[in-house]
Design a protein. Structure first.
Lengths: 110, 110
């Protein structure tokens, strides 16, 4: 595992944003995908809790700030192209706004 | 788990593409994030092997076609917003073009 600083992340490709995959550290299920700008990732590293950029509300967003469904971040991983991020987290409550544990609760069928 | 058809997927938000998170079915590690258009997902469902849309090459791409590092797809999940997809796969060889198993082999440090 190579260690990188935030300057290594390529925010340009996504107009200032990178997709963030969120995985539970213990259960290892993929809980959601959201987006982050540089400030959201800086706040995540500084506070230890997952922050994102809400594209619909056009604002910074601390996950669980109103619902209490916080995500304590164990580590932030960066992919080989340095344009996608993975938050490995401990989830309080559920990740999905529908009340399901994971946002990936639909299965594609033919 | 709700069952959805491909028409449910919202390709509009991403100009015809959706992000695809790829997770190993056994080891449960997140291997990569790529993009797919409707045709790539249809080919994935039809053949049982992961297909994507390469944004850099602007072409359909069967993972492992040249490297042999195929991804046999067990299921395709869709998130609550229906704009992000998760391929749960069995990975032959490695997922990353660098030779690492997962593309997420860098850790963000302060």
């Amino acid at each position: 595992m190579k260690e990188l600083k935030i300057d290594s992340i390529d925010f340009k490709k996504g107009d200032g944003l990178v997709p963030v995959v969120v995985q539970d550290a213990e259960k290892q299920d993929v809980l959601m995908v959201a987006y982050a700008n540089r400030e959201a990732i800086e706040l995540t590293m500084k506070t230890g809790y997952a922050h994102y950029w809400s594209r619909s509300r056009q604002s910074l967003w601390k996950k669980g700030e109103t619902s209490g469904h916080l995500q304590k971040v164990r580590e932030v991983l960066i992919d080989c192209d340095q344009d996608t991020v993975l938050y490995v987290i401990d989830q309080t409550g559920v990740a999905c706004h529908t009340g399901e544990r994971s946002c990936f609760h639909n299965k594609l069928v033919q």
